[in-house]
Design a protein around this ligand. Sequence first.
Ligand code: AMP
Ligand code: MG
Length: 411
Amino acid sequence: MSEPMLTIEEAVVLVREHARPLVPCCRSLLDGLGCVLAEDVAADGDEPPFDKALVDGYAVRAADLAEADGRLRVGETILAGQTPTRSLGPREAAAIMTGAPLPLGADAVLMHERTRVIDGDILSDEIDVPAGRNRLVRGQVYRAGDFVLRRGSRLSPASLGLLASVGRPRVMVIPRPRVAIVSTGDELVQPEQTPGPGQIRNSNAVMLQALAVLRGASAQILPIARDESSELKRVLKEGLSSDVLLITGGVSAGQRDLVPAALAELGVTRIFHKVRLKPGKPLWFGTLPGQGDRAGTLVFGLPGNPVSGLVGFLLFVGPALHLLTGQSDSLPEPVEARLGGTFTHRGERPTYHPARWLERQRDRSPGVLEPLPWAGSADLLAVAQADGFAVFPAGDRTFQAGEIVRFLSLD
Ligand code: AMP
Ligand code: MG
């Protein structure tokens, strides 16, 4: 009996239905980089906390300059980190460094480079200096109690700096999803090993780990599981303690494709198996429900061939991670592109074919694409040279140069 095959769109809807943002938790700043903030953050004080000098030079009362023909007596010196000991007298300047508090009575700072020293006085190049020059007034940037970051914003390096400046070394964020990666197959050896007869190196694990990390997850590679039921179940069980379990291989129709049965025995509910897609048809998706404090696990069984796994990740795992990490902006969709030459596509399933830009998209005119020579789902070489995948609809057809197709970027 042939199983019903979902369209890509139907399968994406099912994945999205099961992917909810993870429960917020407290993280140190660097751990929160790229995460979605789960609280509104208010300033604990004014910024700047005092009227401060923006340049090295002399704190002055601007009105004094015209009266004194630009020549002022120099009183005390105020370094950054110090506070003035007294207010500015008439026709007096204080030597001041960038970031130091202005003395009472000063309302502008003369840049050091625009002054000369004469007999212990300073002479300004300019006499007509407006009040406020080179000064930042207390609270000018934000005031105590102002919200500086809102729940839902994504933490960038600049937002981490801002959080530090308002005294928040830890914040509530949607945490990184924990992704576990299990490669299955008797033929697999580690990348550092030399394959024996019939063996190949495991290329999927590190590729999927990288894809997951680039989408804000923390991803751990578990031991390779042999095509043997009890070993497979042992490794899969370990992976089920993560938020997302990515399995490669063992989901097709071969005699040693034991993953669906092993997952069923471990209590994982199948949501779908097989998607009308090339490469990557045997894709398996299911969930392990949460229990008590434990959140549920999303389980993806990706076909073993590397390009199938990669395409399956882009289409299904990426959107799931996007939702788990609480991001509200929409995911990048395929864009329209023109074919640079004629191309014949044959096949009964929509096909993701590695392609690269001949000319990138400019303004609103679509970019020009070249589908790359490609030996199919085991051929990562073409993908490593590609910018993404040209999407050809099901059916045999020759596309003419200049025809519009969709393009899914690898970025
Ligand atoms: P399977 O889905 O297990 O039938 O595997 C399909 C093909 O992908 C086979 O040729 C496998 O040798 C290959 N393959 C499976 N797992 C990996 C892996 N981790 N890295 C590279 N190739 C793999
Ligand atoms: Mg296999």
